[in-house]
Structures are given as structure tokens and as C-alpha cells.
Design a protein around this ligand. Sequence first.
Ligand code: PEP
Ligand code: MN
Length: 337
Amino acid sequence: MIVVMSQEASRDQVEAVLRKIEEFGLQTHPIYGVQKTVIGVIGDDKTKVVETMAGYPGVEQIIPILKPYKFASRETHPQDTVIELSGVRIGGDKVVVMAGPCAVESPEQILNTARLVKLSGGSILRGGAYKPRTSPYSFQGLGEEGLRYLAEAREETGLPVVTEITDPRKIDLFCEYADIIQVGARNMQNFVLLTEIGRSGHPVLLKRGPSSKIEDLLLAAEYIIKEGNRNIILCERGISTFETYTRNTLDLSAVAAIKKLSHLPVVVDPSHSVGIANLVTPMSMAAVAAGADGLIVEIHPNPNAALCDGSQSLDFETFSALMTKLRKVAAAIGRDV
Ligand code: PEP
Ligand code: MN
């Protein structure tokens, strides 16, 4: 961190700032220029300097050098994090495809979907049991019953399941049923929930909020990782922009940026990004080409009859065709699907 003193700062003010920083247990390296003095600050925890010294007499600017998301940053952990669960590696050479319905609707629906995911070469089954719906009158999901149907589908197919939590009080239930706990876009900054998941140590898929910056997403991940849980998969799922043709705008640059800024694996949700089924295939291919470690795609045995997000869900045939196309894109960049 660098503390820049103003041109008018007196020698006494510089001395007072140096003493204050050293009181925090940090080292100071002042450079006395002709016009201005700048102070290099070295030490582990510089939060006190940021919090208390911005308005200090003679201080013009405080410039952090390291990223504020310490543990999620590549600066402190240069090698990629690979998350291993039930034989699936997320963040390695293989692009991991997670697929399933928006919501679990019945045992047959989720089981048939799981069989198709497995048959097509997908690695993880998705399905919401607790749905965060804009309207309280929309289908809210089957709740615990839905979690049980997911567990039955996992039992038969061996596919690990990812499902969304909406209530921090249900953390134990989710640790029992879900291989990966999904934190939805709406809950990205539910800090109590993030902390609880951090303490659980359970693998988590953390979605980017529709109005959140990349740095906000990485700071949300920091809430989890600082509790000791490194099993975090980040997910780009589209952000709100002025465009209304698509449900959200898929920010593919976020994938490349996050791979640079963080060691955590990144997946893309093309379905919620575009909201239109016939745009899901091209965006999935683009996501893999951009370096995404995986995809989470909504599929349904009969999208027209889906209780939730049918218009963005792929039917089985289109999903199988997508998997074939993804293999070619992945091969072109030296990866497998
Ligand atoms: C979902 O995956 O079903 C979902 C609700 O997604 P998001 O949180 O990205 O809107
Ligand atoms: Mn959905």
C-alpha cells in the first residue's frame, strides 16, 4: 500500500502519519520528494490504515497495491484451484457440464433428466428444490421433497447434484443432500449465508449478482474462503444492462478476467444469461472457447410444460447435440468435455 501525502503536508504531519502506521504494527518506507512525500506501507493487515487514515491531516490518497480479496486472489495463490467431488474435477483440463431442470417437479422428471445428462456425457445434475421467484405466487419448488428426488436420481446415476439454498437456517439439510450448494444471483451478497457456507466447508457454486461487479463477486467469495472453505466455483450468469432482447447480458469478459484475477474455477450459466433457448448453444460454445471451466445449463424433458424457465430450457435432443458441439470447441483449445 502507498500513502500519498499532499503537497502542503508539513514535516510534522508526515511524522505523525509514520508513527500512526507503525502503531498498527506495519513497516513504513517514506520517500521524501521535492514536491511530495509518499510512504510505502508493508505488513499483513492494512485494513486499519484504509479505515482510519483517509481523512488524516496531510494525507491525500491511499492506494492499495494488493487485491482486497486476499485469499481468492491469484496473487496469494498462483496455481489453479481444482475441486474434486465424487470423481468429478472442476477447474482441471476437463470442461464440466452441469445440466438439469430449473426446478425439480417430480421423481420421473428429475430421474429421466439425470439419465439423459449421464448418457450425453454431462458430469453433474442440477435442479432447484427451493426456488427464489420474483412473485410469491409463482411455483416455489418442492422443498425437501425435491431434495429427496435429487438424491434418488444421484443414487441411480451416480451424478453429483448441485441445488440452490435460499435460507441459511437450512445449511445442515443442504450439506446432507447437495454435493454442491448453489448460492443464487439474488443471494450473492447474503453475507450471513456466505459465512455459514464457509464454516460448513461444503463445495459451493457462487453466482454473480445481476448488478454486481467482478470485484463484488470475488469479495463475496472471500466471505466463504476466509472461513476456511476453498471449494468455491464462481459462476457468470449474465448481468443487467439496458438490453432487453435477452434476459440478461452474458459478460464473457468476466470469465477471462476472473481466470486472471483468481485461482478459483469459473463456470458459465448460458440459460439465465440469455433466457432464450435457441441462444443457449452458441453462448455455451463461446463460454468454453473463452476458457470457462464448466457450464450449468437448464434442460427439461418437455420445456413447454416446465413449471419454471421453460423458454430458456433445452429439450433432450438439443442438449445432446450441444454436447457434441462442445467436444469440438473444447478439443480446439486442448480440453475435453
Ligand atoms: C437458477 O439457477 O435456477 C437460478 C435461479 O439462477 P440465478 O440465481 O442465476 O438467477
Ligand atoms: Mn431457472
